[in-house]
Design a protein around this ligand. Structure first.
Ligand SMILES: *Cc1c(COP(=O)(O)O)cnc(C)c1O
Length: 457
């Protein structure tokens, strides 16, 4: 007990303890993630193939399966200092409320205006675009966190930004839009009538509320048809997981400071970037055979790519213009039900995490949204932070794990990623508080349909 008392409520790192390199988990994977391939020829995409779409330095990071560490450029380290380290918090109050012997820690990434971990990669991607002398960037955003993060990063570096925002979010989250505009970005609801692909999708699916896949297609079209612009993506890609390794490196440094070794590491999974980042150094130890951890991905039951999808090459976007990625996917035509309010709407999953999952290095569970909001409410009332619905998937799984410890009497150490705050998700909270939230689970037939449209590779 006296040992335990020494662990502060929040574990911070001093400036000289901060990571100065990102860790590339691919360097320790025996089975590397499958390469992106050309949708026409099915040949692996090399540096030159990707240049029209992505920034040069980011392509190098994307394709590098071997370099273990990348120096974080000074300008990015300086930006990180404005909001990092993020605190690693011992959830004493939640533990007490649950009556569990488990020790629960969460790494809170919501301590910046954009309100999520996405800023960690946004600033990196904007930096390399600026270095290359580009005029601006295009991107998609779903719930709005990525667009907000990128608009902050672009404002800091003086880059133009055009954001295609999934229509359902554009309508449900007008305040997100205003934050982005305040940072100087232009925001268009997707599917729009401003691009060829947007017009096509609107004609084929009248009244569609959009999807990340549609918005990606539009953003790529605008980037590739405008001089001095490139497209950037906030999740899924290898480069994004590389940048997000800052989360896991800080977490590990903080735990090591107090000799804490986690038994279970839990994160929510949309495209896989926060989870990939959180687990990176721990997974590295596991891959090198040095340590073992249980690693759990939590996804919504309404968009269950790991737990009910297939591991196959698929389009990253609905418009089928992007490279194909091998990943757990529900099919690029899969659009989660409009009643799904909890984020994590992407049909696919990071190729790195997909390979690790296929090789048995991690587990996945799904959670229904009412149960997720119950967990979110419990967390808000005990730990004080109003969590993002996405993050609350991890809270739900962490609570379940802690309650299982209560049953078994095990004193496991649980670490989970609290990826952001829920201030812009109050429409979803309102639905939950009014008892109007329902669960939606796609049928096997729904999934079979979209999976049957996968490209034949
Ligand atoms: C975007 C987002 C996620 C999901 O994205 P990943 O790439 O899977 O991490 C989770 N939580 C928050 C708060 C987000 O903004």
């Amino acid at each position: 007990m006296s040992e335990e008392k020494k662990i502060p409520y929040k574990i911070y790192l001093n400036e000289n303890e901060m990571p100065t390199k990102w860790y590339n988990v691919r360097s320790d994977m025996k089975n590397k993630p499958a390469p992106l391939i050309n949708p026409g020829t099915h040949e692996p995409m090399g540096f030159d193939d990707l240049r029209p779409v992505f920034c040069d330095e980011l392509i190098k990071q994307e394709l590098d399966n071997d370099t273990p560490y990348f120096d974080i450029p000074q300008k990015i380290l300086d930006f990180y200092k404005m909001y990092r380290p993020s605190p690693l918090v011992r959830a004493y109050c939640l533990e007490e409320a649950l009556g569990t012997p488990a020790k629960i820690y969460y790494k809170f990434e919501g301590n910046n205006t954009s309100g999520s971990h996405k800023l960690n990669s946004a600033i990196a991607q904007a930096f390399y675009a600026k270095e290359q002398g580009l005029r601006g960037l295009t991107t998609e955003t779903g719930a709005g966190q990525w667009g907000t993060a990128l608009s902050m990063a672009c404002a800091y570096l003086g880059l133009d930004l055009k954001v295609f925002m999934v229509k359902v979010s554009y309508e449900q989250k007008p305040f997100r839009r205003e934050v982005m505009r305040t940072y100087g970005a232009s925001v268009t609801p997707s599917p729009s009538m401003e691009t060829q692909i947007g017009k096509k999708i609107n004609a084929e699916h009248p009244g569609t509320t959009g999807s990340l896949g549609c918005a990606i297609s539009e953003a790529v079209e605008v980037a590739t048809t405008n001089e001095g612009y490139r497209y950037v993506l906030g999740s899924v890609l290898n480069q994004v997981l590389l940048h997000q390794s800052i989360i896991g490196l800080e977490t590990k440094a903080a735990l090591d400071k107090y000799g804490i070794v986690p038994d279970v590491i839990i994160g929510c999974a949309g495209g896989g970037s926060n989870l990939g980042g959180l687990i990176a150094p721990f997974m590295g130890e596991k891959l090198r055979g040095e340590k073992d951890y249980r690693i759990v991905a939590v996804e919504p039951a309404s968009c269950p790519s790991f737990t009910r999808g297939v591991y196959a090459y698929d389009f990253c976007d609905t418009g089928m213009v992007c490279p194909l990625a091998k990943m757990y996917t529900l099919g690029s035509s899969f659009i989660p039900s409009a009643n799904h309010a909890g984020g994590l709407r992407y049909h696919g999953m990071s190729p790195i995490l997909s390979q690790l999952y296929a090789d048995g290095y991690m587990e996945a569970v799904s959670a229904e949204q009412t149960a997720v909001f119950e967990a979110a409410t419990k967390f808000a009332r005990t730990e004080g932070i109003l969590p993002a619905p996405e993050s609350s998937h991890a809270i739900k799984a962490a609570i379940d794990e802690a309650l299982a410890c209560k049953e078994s009497g095990e004193e496991k150490t649980i670490v989970f990623g609290l990826t952001g705050t829920g201030y812009f998700d109050l429409v979803a909270y309102q639905k939950f508080n009014d008892g109007e939230m329902s669960d939606f689970i796609p049928t096997d037939e729904d999934i079979r349909k979209s999976v049957s449209l996968l490209p034949k590779v």
